[in-house]
Write a new protein. Structure first.
Length: 464
């Protein structure tokens, strides 16, 4: 059987220059669209038959032929041909080789421009769903770890200086909040890719009486696009998804950074299962947190993906332009990078062991309860600014004495203010200091338990 020539009809004299084939072809990366391309084609073919545009036997042959081609391409039994440029022409060529003219009817009332615009939206929607599931998996791991550490303490930091004590659970739950917002942003981006472009044709729709709503519903879209030029010419849905992905990766990079700190010999707050660490090729004693570093480092490339896509889109005239083929790799890269990072981050959180004696030691030194001294004086009627000054003086005294505030004798407190009595020592206890922060969003035990319960209940429902 003659080889299918794809988009190069007899209008063309000869083939594309060999170097041009390499630059023109997208098959090396758009093979990822295979399942979506096949689903889109099946929906299109069935609708063509329903509308009486092609015979129903042809639609049936197209459907079974496409399923066979998809399976064989995925299994490597059929090969991709770069001369056919992309996933769309490769699939169609294999289909026509297999079923003859029925296959050659598939492209009626359609262009690769509305085809790829549809495939990419289907890809974005399905990947967004998968990422949301993975984000929820990481949140579950964080919330479970928080649940285990409600009664353990960690220094809270500002400027990476020990600031005030918090519950370890409170710190972990901060990431749940970030990830919950990331989930929401990805969910919203998925919604924006909810209109089906099929029927937009190359740019000016089609003369065939297509049932666009039928195709959109069959593919799980919320509706159809309303301007054919816009539908084939923009990739803003991908920009939004990459932006949401980049922000999630930035949040993961913060987690990665904290893991690097906690696992360092300087902090020694935690240890990590060796399945997430690497050795050094020269220093045998090293156990390096490579995966945490890579999650941190990969934020750079995902931010780059967003910049790449924005730059591709900037200044494109209406409607479709081949530049848009360059929108695919940043999208694939962002999705795949976040997917891998979420899985690894979840594994690391599940394998993280805190040294809670060590974190407690860190909480107990460095005057983290100095604010309590000021708050105590405020409770006795002193204006906060004066109280803050007295507390500062007492910290200076404690530093001079080489001890913590709670080790100072009452006489030292009273030398600064008559308002002090023995009660101050109660105020300086870490759990009391934390539990006085009994306000929504605060680290008090009851507040943390409520937040953990809220997150657990929400995760148990998990609806996309
Ligand atoms: N591979 C192409 C892309 O990703 C498909 C559309 C090609 N359209 C065209 N008019 N050459 O954009």
């Amino acid at each position: 059987m003659a080889k299918e020539k794809g988009a190069r009809s007899r209008r063309f004299e000869g083939g594309l220059a060999p170097d041009a084939v390499d630059v023109n072809a997208s098959i090396d990366f758009d093979y990822r669209l295979l399942p979506h391309d096949v689903a889109g084609s099946i929906a299109h073919a069935k609708m063509l038959a329903k509308q009486g545009i092609i015979p129903s036997e042809d639609a049936a042959a197209i459907e079974s032929g496409l399923r066979a081609v998809e399976a064989e391409l995925a299994a490597g039994e059929l090969s991709w041909d770069p001369a056919l440029e992309d996933v769309h022409m490769n699939v169609e060529a294999h289909l026509s080789q297999r079923i003859g003219d029925a296959g050659r009817r598939l492209h009626t009332g359609r262009s690769r421009n509305d085809q790829v615009a549809t495939d990419l939206r289907l890809y974005a929607r399905s990947q967004a769903e998968e990422l949301i599931g993975l984000i929820d998996g990481l949140r579950l791991a964080l919330v479970s770890l928080a649940d285990k550490h409600v009664d353990d303490f960690l220094p809270g930091y500002t400027h990476l200086q020990r600031a005030q004590p918090v519950r370890l659970a409170h710190h972990l739950m901060a990431y749940n909040e970030m990830l919950l917002r990331d989930r929401g942003r990805i969910f919203d981006a998925r919604k924006r890719a909810g209109e089906c472009p099929l029927g937009s044709g190359a740019l000016a729709a089609t003369t065939f009486p297509l049932d666009r709503e039928h195709v959109a519903a069959a593919l799980g879209f919320d509706g159809v696009t309303h301007n054919s030029l816009d539908a084939v010419g923009d990739r803003d849905f991908a920009v939004e998804l990459i932006a949401a992905i980049a922000l999630c990766q930035v949040h993961l990079s913060r987690l990665g950074e904290e893991l690097v700190l906690w696992l360092s010999q300087e902090f020694r707050f935690a240890t990590l299962g060796h399945s997430y660490c690497s050795g050094s090729s020269i220093m045998p004693q090293k156990v390096n947190p490579d995966l945490a570093e890579l999650i941190r480092g990969k934020a750079g490339r995902v931010i780059g993906d967003w910049v790449t896509l924005m730059t591709v889109l900037k200044g494109l005239p209406m409607a479709y332009n081949k530049d848009l083929q360059e929108s695919q790799e940043p999208l694939f890269d962002a999705v795949e990078t976040l997917r891998g990072s979420l899985k690894v981050a979840t594994g690391m959180i599940e394998n993280l062991e805190f040294d809670t004696a060590r974190t407690r030691e860190a909480v107990d030194s460095g005057y983290l309860v100095a604010t309590e001294v000021a708050d105590y004086l405020v409770s006795k009627g002193l204006p906060f600014r004066k109280a803050h000054d007295i507390a500062g003086a007492l910290v200076a005294t404690a530093i001079a004495e080489g001890c913590e505030l709670a080790a100072l004798p009452l006489a030292s407190f009273r030398a600064e203010s008559e308002l002090f009595d023995d009660e101050i020592y109660e105020w300086l206890k870490v759990d009391r200091a934390v539990d006085r922060r009994d306000i929504v969003g605060g680290p008090a035990r009851t507040r943390i338990l409520a937040e953990i319960q809220r997150a657990q209940a929400e995760l148990a429902e998990r609806v996309v």
